[in-house]
Design a protein around this ligand. Structure first.
Ligand SMILES: [Zn+2]
Length: 308
């Protein structure tokens, strides 16, 4: 069944199409219920764009292309798994009784998945796989759970492809940086937002924010070793193929990512050298990033920053 959901964000209607699918874990064979988002209007340019390439919107759309098994806890990619849309299964079950030739309505791949699902599957109460898992968000720091998953997947995945390793490492990079992704305490342009005014005058909320920030900064420090080793490897393997995941990464140029990683690692000379080597078109396209990055490099500052 295809369902269309309209999300209203700042009164801009945004359409997402959700396809309900069953997906089988490649590690343990458990079938899952999975909501696959196939299309939506991108918020690009409407959120906060950060120097590490992450765009933060109020309504966070960042679903990974990998999922986590609810049975064995391992990570696997949608593309590698046996997968069938829910409406195909219903169609098959409904018509099988009266139509003996029902099989011909499906491709062999779909048929294999449908039969496997029916053989081993319970139709109801299947675990959900959408990543990150919704249960993570009942915690103050859901990032901790994501970091653990990614770190585990990277350590176990000797045979994962470069493309997958890059996706895991970019995700890890962004998630650790989330601990340092602060809004300014005072922002002139937010003065007209009711929520912002409420926060400003609510002493309890102010105290909570300061405490939250203090704990976040501590977490960022706790993950230093992992952050550095992740970035050292990532800068080596980032390839010149553009468009890692164009819908969420504002900058898909690996050159820009390398400049940012080197700066975050404190390799300022290297970052500067790479800026100088950019071609004119990139220099123009990424001018806001380059302008700010150059300033941070001169100040020998490794912190992430907002581009706009
Ligand atoms: Zn599994």
């Amino acid at each position: 069944m295809k369902r269309e959901i309209v999300v209203y964000l700042l009164s801009i209607p945004t359409k997402m199409q959700i396809v309900h699918v069953y997906i089988k874990c490649v590690h343990c064979g458990q079938w899952h219920d999975h909501a696959n988002i196939v299309s939506y209007t991108s918020f690009s340019g409407r959120g906060e764009n950060w120097s590490d390439g992450k765009t933060v919107t109020s309504y966070d759309h960042e679903f990974a292309s990998f999922v986590k098994c609810g049975n064995c806890g391992e990570i696997f990619w949608e593309n590698d798994a046996m997968c069938v849309e829910e409406h195909y299964v219903s169609k098959y079950v409904k018509t099988k009784e009266k139509d003996e030739g029902v099989e011909k309505n499906f491709t062999p791949k779909q048929l294999a998945a449908i039969e496997d699902f029916i053989k081993g599957g319970e139709m109801h109460d299947l675990p959900d796989t959408s990543y990150p898992l919704s249960e993570y968000f009942y915690n103050d720091f859901p990032e901790v759970f994501i970091i653990e998953d990614l770190d585990k997947a990277l350590r176990q995945g000797e045979d994962i492809s470069m493309h997958k390793e890059i996706e895991l490492r970019v995700y890890l990079w962004h998630t650790i940086n989330d601990f340092a992704r602060f809004r300014k305490m005072f922002e002139l342009k937010r003065l007209f937002e009711l929520q912002y005014l409420k926060e400003m005058f609510d002493r309890k909320s102010m105290k909570n924010q300061i405490e939250y920030r203090r704990l976040s900064e501590k977490k960022f420090t706790d993950y230093q070793k992992l952050r550095v080793s992740n970035l050292e490897r990532l800068v080596e393997i980032l390839n010149p193929v553009k468009n890692l995941k164009a819908n969420i990464i504002q900058f898909d140029s690996s050159d820009i990512q390398k400049i940012e990683i080197n700066r975050e690692l404190g390799r300022f000379d290297k970052a500067k050298e790479q800026i100088n080597k950019l071609n004119e078109a990139d220099k123009k396209f990424y001018r806001k990033f380059i302008y700010k990055s150059s300033k941070y490099i001169s100040n020998r500052d490794t912190r992430i920053f907002r581009i706009d």
